[in-house]
Design a protein around this ligand. Sequence first.
Ligand code: MV4
Length: 612
Amino acid sequence: MFDKVLVANRGEIAVRVMRACEELGIDTVAVYSEADKDSGHVRYADEAYNVGPARAADSYLDHEAVIDTAKKADADAIHPGYGFLAENAEFAGKVEDTEGVEWIGPNADSMQQLGEKTHARKTMREADVPIVPGTTDPVEDPAEVEEFGDEHGYPIAIKAEGGGGGRGMKVVRSAEEAEDQLESAKREGEAYFDNDNVYLERYLENPRHIEVQIIADHHGNVRHLGERDCSLQRRHQKVIEEGPSPALTDELREQIAEAARRGADAAGYYNAGTFEFLVEEDEDRGDGELLGPDANFYFLEVNTRIQVEHTVTEELTDIDIVKSQIRVAADEELGFEQDEVELEGHAMEFRINAENAADDFAPATGGKLTTYDPPGGIGVRVDDALRQGDDLVTDYDSMIAKLIVHGADREECIARSKRALAEYDIEGIPTIVPFHRLMLGDEAFVAGTHTTKYLDHTLDPERIAEAQEKWGTETDSTASDDEEVVEREFTVEVNGKRFEVDLEERGAAAIPAGNAGGEGGQKPRPAGGDDSDDAGAGADGEGESVTAEMQGTILDVNVSEGDEVASGDVVCVLEAMKMENDVVTSRSGTVTQVAVGEGDSVDMGDVLVVIE
Ligand code: MV4
């Protein structure tokens, strides 16, 4: 097993991964950007390293910075979380090629091959996994699109070979649109993925989005952990995920999951992954009716990483997927058979995004968590990295936490979710908690008949506005600080290891600049002595008097009239800004006057002692 893992991510998923490490007895290394100095994942880690500026491309996405940090910290593996570098085959390959550092994920070759959608379609077709009717080779000519339309009818989806998620798909509704849409799909593919190859699929008008969790080891064991239903999406962003799907019979569920398992096996896949499917909805399906084994389901793509919503499956199976990822990456064998995987009850995940749902889900642009009091109790799990008092970091995505609720069945899960969301007390920033509460009372969602089109095309925005009005909290968008931040630099030694420490003191008054030219006087020195050779706080370089560098209280006077002092001697101790500062003279001579006594208050510039 690994001794130390570097987590190449931030926020809740970084903490989630570190928690798994903690339970496995593995030390954790965080990386952070300038924007994340005070973030939760940095607090949680055993060690933390700055990898660059706020801009992700210069920090979290900097391959060399991350790998160099792993080497420097002596980490023996890297876990990428989701997002950032998680699906970057080139980065995975670089980690694989780094002596002494393992990649916690699928091998770089499978990431590369499954990332190429035409290749993935071929692999799945060979493994008897149904793919959406269409092409597996790139199309170049609008005539090919029209031929496909003649044969299979419209609409047709033109997809980028390098695409995925919400990007690089164009819909062709008639032969007239073929040329323009083909051109536009190729342009997008080139711009987003550096690859202008596109392929065709029959476009399903109103599908459900079902995904199957896979975990596989290096010993040929491939298991599926059941499915999740992610049909509630807004502009390709999932907002609520649940499992099992409320729309499938057990028979269809088993067919889809088994297809995914077969596909993973055929692709030689290992570690965690998700197989995405579209399931054709039956337009006439009423409440209480389910999609059975006759329904069409089609493979869409593989996500070669842990996903945000992996927690839903963890609640259903009682399997810690992140721990499993780490174990299989360390060559351990999966400790359970397929028939030992049992799904219990029902689970839902609510993404807690710092967005105003009533304002077209606009992300918050700042703010402070003046109140942060998450729910608890039976069946409630909160994955986050926040504490009350934290400033919102707006440089990355807007998801600040996840609420995951488990119940004996969907009905209990919904009731429990309503309860938990009502308990969730967040003030200072907007969140989509009110939107979630709306959904839990929404007819289509509660009946489980919503599809991927529901939020974008059916739900009345007026109802979102009402929910926000009813359940939204005051936000403090002006929050961010005009408070003073006093920065100091120290070198400290901990257990024989040297660290440069940047200390940021918040809420304190700024340190006055001190005597002009008194270079050494700028830094208050902690009591206990400082034997550096700088000029000394309070000593007036030219003159005869030692003056106060800052406003404060005299704690102790160390000299009396007539005393001989040498440069560097402490003449008194001044307490300022909750610190004891030794006031040192830079002159040698005789003390001719002591102007202060213990307990006196002094202002900056006041004479303390005079030396001749
Ligand atoms: C489709 C589709 C219908 N038919 N493919 C959107 C993201 C991309 N990765 C795949 N997507 C879709 N592909 C065919 N042949 C509908 C979607 C789609 C969708 C899929 C999953 C979840 C939400 C979605 C929302 C809109 C469209």
